[in-house]
Design a protein around this ligand. Structure first.
Ligand SMILES: O=c1[nH]cnc2c1ncn2[C@H]1C[C@H](O)[C@@H](CO)O1
Ligand SMILES: [Zn+2]
Length: 370
């Protein structure tokens, strides 16, 4: 049986996809940044030409370190300081993801970054939720968005933000995260927040193993109790591969694989921050081969000039993945989402599987599916 649908970028765009790691303030349309800057009197943009601005973000984010990469967010956060701006950015985010064929997304942001001009945390969260609902509606229900609230590692406000995540859990917020510079800010600095979230039966992921190594991953899992890892690429430091390809997993890597800890991998972002040298040398290749619970994500669509489809297309081109692999990434992500089991199952059985069935032939099924 031959596959009637080649895995082209256009066909990938039509396949149902699930996104677990996408920053709201890293996904604005360049035109929107310009218009919001104009409306709010923000004068620090490097250019007001749409194409040039898009290019500026990707080039500036090509910084080689996470710290310098993060500097580019000054401009997006700078124009997201009003309710109207937050509603618009969230609404466009939902629509852009749906246009890319994403059927379920968890989009994250740090509410504390949008209070510079006096908005309260409550107002910020309510505006973003209103925007997501507006965007979902505009797509005719093609996408569902869940929100993750981030605390910034350097700001030490995690207990307060964790409380917000719990307070808004019946209003669109599905979990919590810590973001920002990793080196020098270990996840254990936020233990009280994580303990509170666990007591509240709430969900959280942690950016770990991106610009710092195994100790960060170990703390995130074994001290903090993270359910998923943001990036987690450095888990490869605990895997040795013999010249004949035999892999030996250390205790932490074994734990991550055995417990099916989801890895929210973001290949393009990792190249920009220096966490990986290239797509070909990105740990996602080895981790996929070893059947870790790998998921494919964008991190910051504006800074990386990417989409879930373009990330998948790059992996297809580099590693020769087929439909069965793309469906595996998608089902992995859906299984790992922070919404309830019944909703995840519904999306897997009624949206994802039929969507791929239309694109895949039975001979293409991956042997380890399930
Ligand atoms: O990849 C990342 N690692 C750590 N922090 C990040 C990454 N991408 C974005 N951020 C930061 C910058 C944003 O302002 C913040 C909340 O979305 O999260
Ligand atoms: Zn991130």
């Amino acid at each position: 049986m031959s596959n009637p649908n080649p895995v082209t970028p256009e066909a990938i765009r039509r396949a149902p996809k699930v996104l677990l790691h996408d920053h709201l303030d890293g996904g604005l349309r360049p035109r929107t940044v310009i218009e919001l800057a104009d409306a709010s009197g923000y004068v620090d943009l490097p250019t007001t030409d749409e194409a040039e601005l898009g290019q500026w973000f990707t080039e500036a984010a090509n910084a080689g370190t996470l710290e310098r990469y993060l500097e580019t967010f000054a401009h997006t956060c700078g124009v997201m300081q009003s309710e109207e701006a937050l509603v618009r950015v969230a609404s466009e985010c939902a629509q852009d993801l749906a246009d890319d064929g994403v059927v379920y997304a968890e989009v994250r942001y740090a509410p504390e970054l949008f209070t510079e001009k006096g908005l309260s945390l409550d107002t910020v969260i309510q505006a973003v939720e209103a925007g997501f609902r507006e965007g979902e509606k505009a797509t005719g229900g093609k996408i569902r968005i869940g929100t993750l609230l981030c605390a910034m590692r350097q700001n030490a406000r995690s207990a307060e933000i964790a409380e917000m995540a719990v307070r808004y859990r019946d209003h669109g917020v599905v979990g919590f995260d810590i973001a920002g510079p990793e080196a020098g800010f270990p996840p254990t600095r936020n233990l009280d927040a994580f303990e509170y979230l666990r007591q509240q039966n709430a969900h959280f992921t942690i950016h770990a193993g991106e610009s710092f190594g195994l100790p960060s991953i170990w703390e995130a899992l074994q001290h903090c109790g993270a359910e998923r890892l943001g990036h987690g690429v450095r888990i490869v430091d605990d895997i040795k591969v013999d010249p004949d390809g035999t892999a030996h997993l250390g205790r932490l890597a074994s734990y991550v694989r055995d417990r099916r800890i989801p890895l929210e991998m973001c290949p393009s972002s990792n190249i920009q921050t220096g966490a990986a040298p290239s797509i070909a040398e990105h740990p996602i290749g080895l981790l996929t081969k070893l059947r870790f619970r790998v998921t494919v994500n964008t991190d910051n669509r504006l800074m990386s000039g990417c989409s879930v489809s373009s990330e998948m297309a790059a992996l297809v081109e580099t590693f020769g993945y087929g439909w069965a692999d793309l469906r595996w990434f998608t089902v992995n992500a859906m299984k790992s989402a922070f919404i309830g089991f019944d909703e995840r199952l519904d999306l897997i059985n009624n949206v994802i599987k039929p969507g791929y069935a239309a694109l895949i032939d039975e001979a293409g099924r991956h042997p380890s599916e399930g």
